[in-house]
Design a protein around this ligand. Sequence first.
Ligand code: ATP
Ligand code: MG
Length: 769
Amino acid sequence: KTGADLDYLEGLNPQQRAAVENTKGPVMIVAGAGSGKTRVITYRVAHLIQTGTDPFNILVLTFTNKASKDMRERIGKVVGAEAKNIWMGTFHSVFAKILRVEAEKIGYPSNFTIYDTDDSKSVLRAILKEMQLDDKLYAVNFVFGRISSAKNNLISWGEYQANDQIQAEDIQNKRPLIGQIYEQYAKRCFRAGAMDFDDLLFKTNILLKEHTDVLNKYQQKFRYLMVDEYQDTNFSQYTIVKKLAAAYQNICVVGDDAQSIYAFRGANIQNILNFERDYPDLKVYKLEQNYRSTQNIVDAASSIIANNKNQLEKNVFSENAEGDRIKVARAFTDNEEGKLVAESIIQERTTKGYKHSDFAILYRTNAQSRAMEEGLRKLNIPYKIYGGQSFYQRKEIKDLIAYFRLTFNPKDEEAIKRVINYPKRGIGDTSIDKIIVAADQNNVTMWDVISNAHQYVDGRLANQLNDFSMMVQSFQAEAKKLDAYDSALFIAQHAGILKELYTDDSVEGRARYENIQELLNGIKEFAEREDIEEKGLDIFMQDVALLTNDDKDGDKNKDTVSLMTIHSAKGLEFKNVFIVGLEENLFPSQMSVNSRSDLEEERRLFYVAITRAEIKLTITYATSRYRWGTLTNCEPSRFINEINPRFLELEVKPAKSNMIEGSFDDERKTWTSQPRDFFSKPKPASTSSAPPPRPKTTSLLAKAHVPTPGFAPSQPHEFQGGMEVEHEKFGFGKIISLEGALPDVKATVFFQGLGNKQLLLKFAKLMIV
Ligand code: ATP
Ligand code: MG
C-alpha cells in the first residue's frame, strides 16, 4: 500500500497508533472514557484491510447493533465496499448467525425460533402453574434471573441440580425447586425448537466444545478478533472469545473497568483481569488523553469515580478547553424538571446555534422519560426515545410475527399459543389446555397434535385444529415460492389479521393497523435490497427477535433530541447532556444503597453518564415526583455531593424558573442541599416525618420549615396561580390553582413533602414569599 492509503493513521496519537499497527498477538487497552478505544478498534480494522487482510477473516464484537453499524460506516470510508464483508455485530447477533448454520449439530432445526424475554417468561409461567408452585415465592423474574445467570456461567440444568453449593443457596432462599424448573424450561424450549437470548451464547459454547471440527472452522475463519466494551462481557462470552482466539491469538480487547455497568447481567470484571493470565505475551497500551470532553467534565468524572474503592488505576486528562462548569438545577416536581430541561434546550439552541441532535437527556429508569417527553412536546422540540418499549414488542407486531414464526418453525409453542385463537376461531383456553395435555401424554409437540388432530382430540375441536393446520401449511407452501414481502402479505391477509385490525376503527385499532403496515413496509424494503441474494421471509425473520427500535432506520436523518437510559448511552457522545433525576433512591437506585458493590456499580453508571458530554453538562433533580402512583418526596442524590465543587456552577438563578443551583457550604466546603437520610425508603408525601431543622441555605423551597420571623399572612386577593407561598404549618409551597370567587377562594397548593393541599384562603394564613 502507498503512503496515501494510510493517511488515516495521522488521526491517532502515538499510543493509539501503536495499538492499531500492532495487529499480531494479544492486545489489551483498559483506559478511561473518551480516550479513543473505539476509535482504535475502528482504525485497526481499517488498517488490517488496507494492509491486505481479507475482511471475511475479521470478527468485531460490539455492545449494540447501532455501534457496529456506525463502525462499519466509518471503516467503509477508508476501505470502501469491502467493509460490508467484515463479521461485525453484537455477541447475540453474530452467534445467532453461526448457530443458524450449525444448529443441526446440536439437535436444533436451523430455523430455530429465538424466544424473547416475554416468551421465556410465558414458558416459565406455564411451568410454575403445572408444578403448582406459588408464583409469589417463585416469582417469574426471580426464577428467570437464576436460570439466566446459570446459563451465563455455563451451568446446565444437570450441573445446576448436582451442584451442592447452588442447591444450598436455593434452599436457603426457600426456593429449592429452581433446578427442576430450569430442567423443564430447557426441555420445553428444546421441544419447541427455540433458544432464548442466553441460549444463543450458551449453545454456542456447547457447539464449540463438543464439535472440534466446528471450532477449528471458526478459528480459521476469524483470524483477527476484536471486542469493544470488554468490561461488560460475561463468562459465557469470555469463553467463546477465548476459544475462538486460541489458534491465532490475534485478539484485541478494549474496555474501561470504571464503565462496567452490567454486573446485574453477569458481566464480570474478572474477565479483564483474567486476560493477562490467559495471554502471557499480552501487549498493553495506555490511553490517557480524553478527546471527547472539556477539562471540567473530565475532572468532575474523575472526582466521582475516585469514590469507588475497587478500580484499576488510570490517569486521564483533556487538552480541550476548560469549559463551563457543570450546572446543577433543582426542579420542584418531575414535570417541572421536564419543563426546565426543555427550556434550557431552547435557550442553548437559540444562543449557540446547536442542532437538536446535539442534545441528549439521560435517565436512570425508563419511567422518567414521560416527564421529559411532556416538557419537550409542550415546546415543540422533536425527540426520539431510544430503547424502551420496542416497536417489535407491540402486541400487533408480535402477533403477526408469531404467524411468521409458525410458518418456519411450527413446533414453536409460544407462537402457537399466541395466535391459535387470534383472530378468534373458537379455540379457547380450554381447547388449548386439551392440546397441551394431549401433547404431554403422548410425548409429542403441540404441533403434532394440531396437525394430526383426529388422532388426539375429538369432534369439533379436531376439525378446528385441522383448519388451523391447513392454514399454516398453506403459509409454508407460499413462503417457499414468494419473496419476503409477498409471503408476509399473504400471511397477514389469510390469517385474518389485516381484516381484524382494519375493521377496528377505534383510535388504537387504527394505530395498530398502521403499525402492521409499517412492519410490511420494512419487509418490502428488505425484499428490494440489492446487496443480498436470498430475500425470503425466513431470512428476514432470522434475527428479528434481536432487533430493537434503535435499529430501525426510518428516521435516521431527522434532527431530534435523544432520550435514553444511561445503560443505552454507553459508548455514545453528545455536545450537550442532561442527566436527570439525580435523587436518592432513584439514582443511586433504592436497590443499590445497601451494599458497597451495588452502590459502586451505580457510581460507575453515573461516571458513564457524565462522560457522554462533550461541551456542556447539566444535572437536574426534582424535590418530589410521582413514583409507584404516589407523590414521593425526594432528596438530592449523594452523587451530586461527591463531585468536587470546583467543577460545579453554584450561582443562584432567579427563582421564577425554579432553577436553584444548590448552595455551597463554606464550613464543609461541599456543595450541599439538605440533611439527608440515605437509607430510608422513599416516603409517600402524606406520611412525611417531622421536619428536620431548617438548613442554612439560600434555597427558596427548603424542605424543613420554621416560619419566617414576623410571619404575616397575605390577603386573599393578592394570590395568583404559580406563586410561591409560605404556610405557617405546612411550610413553603406553590399555588397550583385557584377556584371560586372572593371571599371564598379555594387554593390548591403544592407543599414540598406534603403534596397538594386544598386551602380556603380566608382561613389559610398564607404568605407570599
Ligand atoms: P468510551 O469509553 O466512552 O467508549 P472511547 O474510549 O471508546 O470512549 P472514542 O469514542 O473512541 O472513545 O473517542 C472519543 C472521541 O474522541 C471521539 O469523538 C473520537 O473521534 C475522538 N478521538 C479519539 N482519539 C482521537 C485523536 N487521536 N484525535 C482526534 N480525536 C480523537
Ligand atoms: Mg467506546
